[in-house]
Design a protein around this ligand. Structure first.
Ligand code: SF4
Ligand code: SF4
Length: 450
């Protein structure tokens, strides 16, 4: 009798855990308007309750056998979870990394106007790029009248945001105070992280500024095209801005470009204010803001600062927000303490999940293995294919961001799933399948919040 009672309690606890988890999943899905996940988790929840009642009513010895069986299966599952090897893949540097010339990046190339001296000189140096780039040029650029007329309200809103951003470009640097305020590295690192959070960043980190990630020559922005970039700051402060999930859920339609522009504005605001604070304390600091003002590559520095890992998607995947972020950067010589890098397990997950690649309308994300590009082993994005698609739809697409399981809202339920995904390699394939089952293999787009 006592043993029977023990198994009933043990079995009921397992039921309680499973149904409780499914209930939270159900409610979360409803709140997020994820109706497929709501229906499926709801049906499984009801099914489990029905099984529980039937087992309870079925009497001895069925009840004891089922409850004991459930308890053992559950405990074995937990044991396997904790015994599973921890994710360990990370970014691998295979050979020397060479500085990138900003004039070669895709956005700088497409600012070159056909027939101008800059255009002719550039393609004289790189004739192999001309035919491919000119093919893309035949498509209307993002936020030009051909696209704007498709959705004048939203596209003009994005254009207005970019106009405002343009006015911030010259505010990124300035003179520092003549008298230095003494600071300690530990204190100021804590303080700057607090300030960034207060101003709106959701995460931040610090790394040593590695010269190989500074572009060699100016390719965009107010500084002289082709001039050498010199930045001798010792540290990079990188911060993260969250992209609104509702806006990204409309990918690849107009709301995504509105959201991107809004994040750029937030980055400009936070970066410029924070760099100004540091200069007022008597140290050099420069904000690097989007819309042609970066002197350095932010993604590798975000990785070095411990903010995430480069995913298959070709951009930084943050452990709580996935690729649904934008990164801001401040370089400075105020004393700071580096905060990274660390192995998150995101690259392990990407090896098992190919969702972004399978859903990329531009076929720009590799479905298979990594390759070495400029000394770094990674999934190499075909940037031209991606950008061609951007010009086709008139936005920065973002379908890959919407598709990524890590992009789900940062709440209790998804927090548990992400913790499991980054803690155990054995559970990762199950979570990949689970994401497809509950949310679908292809992203379900939502109505624009605007
Ligand atoms: S933005 Fe769109 S086209 Fe570019 S890689 Fe992502 S899904 Fe593909
Ligand atoms: S969709 Fe999957 S493969 Fe792509 S970045 Fe996200 S986790 Fe990695």
């Amino acid at each position: 009798m006592t043993i029977t009672f023990f198994w009933i309690i043990a079995g009921e606890l397992v039921f309680l855990c499973l149904t409780g988890f499914l209930f939270i999943f159900c409610i979360t899905s409803l709140a997020e308007k994820e109706y497929r996940a709501f229906r499926r988790s709801g049906l499984i929840f009801i099914f489990l309750i029905a099984v529980n009642v039937l087992v309870y009513l079925s009497g001895e010895p069925v009840r004891t056998v089922v409850f004991a069986g459930m308890f053992f299966v559950f405990m074995i599952g937990i044991l396997l979870f904790f015994l599973s090897p921890k994710p360990k893949s990370s970014i691998s540097i295979r050979s020397e990394i060479k500085k990138i010339d900003q004039r070669d990046i895709i956005f700088a190339r497409f600012e070159l106007e056909k027939g101008t001296e800059k255009y002719n000189n550039y393609y004289k140096r790189f004739p192999e790029r001309k035919a491919g780039d000119d093919k893309i040029r035949k498509r209307p650029d993002i936020l030009t009248p051909d696209h704007i007329r498709k959705d004048p309200y939203l596209f003009n809103l994005a254009a207005a945001e970019f106009d405002f951003l343009e006015q911030q470009l010259t505010l990124v640097d300035g003179d520092k105070a003549t008298k230095k305020t003494p600071v300690t590295a530990e204190d100021f690192t804590k303080y700057v992280k607090k300030v960034l959070k207060y101003l709106g960043a959701v995460d931040s980190g610090v790394c040593l500024l590695d010269q190989k990630y500074i572009y060699s020559h100016v390719g965009r922005g107010p500084e002289e095209y082709g001039s050498r970039i010199v930045n001798q700051h010792k540290y990079a402060v990188v911060f993260v801005i969250e992209k609104d999930f509702g806006m990204i859920s409309c990918a690849p339609e107009a709301p995504v470009v509105v959201e991107t522009a809004k994040c750029y504005l937030e980055i400009a605001h936070i970066g410029i204010v924070c760099a100004g604070l540091i200069r007022r304390l008597g140290y050099n600091a420069r904000a690097h803001i989007a819309g042609s003002n970066y002197q350095a590559m932010v993604t590798p520095m975000a990785w070095k600062a411990g903010l995430g890992e480069l995913g298959r998607v070709g951009i930084l995947v943050h452990p709580r927000l996935g690729p649904r972020i934008r990164l801001g950067l401040i370089t400075t010589d105020i004393p700071l303490v580096p905060t990274g890098p660390r192995v998150w397990g995101i690259q392990d997950f990407c090896e098992r999940c190919r969702k972004c690649a399978l859903n990329c309308p531009g076929r720009a994300i590799p479905e298979n293995g990594k390759a070495v590009e400029n000394g770094v082993e990674k999934w190499v994005i075909e940037r031209e294919k991606c950008y061609y698609y951007w010009r086709k739809v008139g936005t920065d697409c973002s379908t890959c961001i919407l598709t990524c399981p890590f992009s789900k809202p940062d709440n209790f339920f998804h927090g548990i799933i992400r913790w499991m995904a980054l803690s155990s390699r054995w559970i990762q394939p199950l979570l990949v399948k689970g994401d497809d089952f509950f949310y679908g293999k292809h992203p379900i787009r939502k109505k624009s919040p605007l």
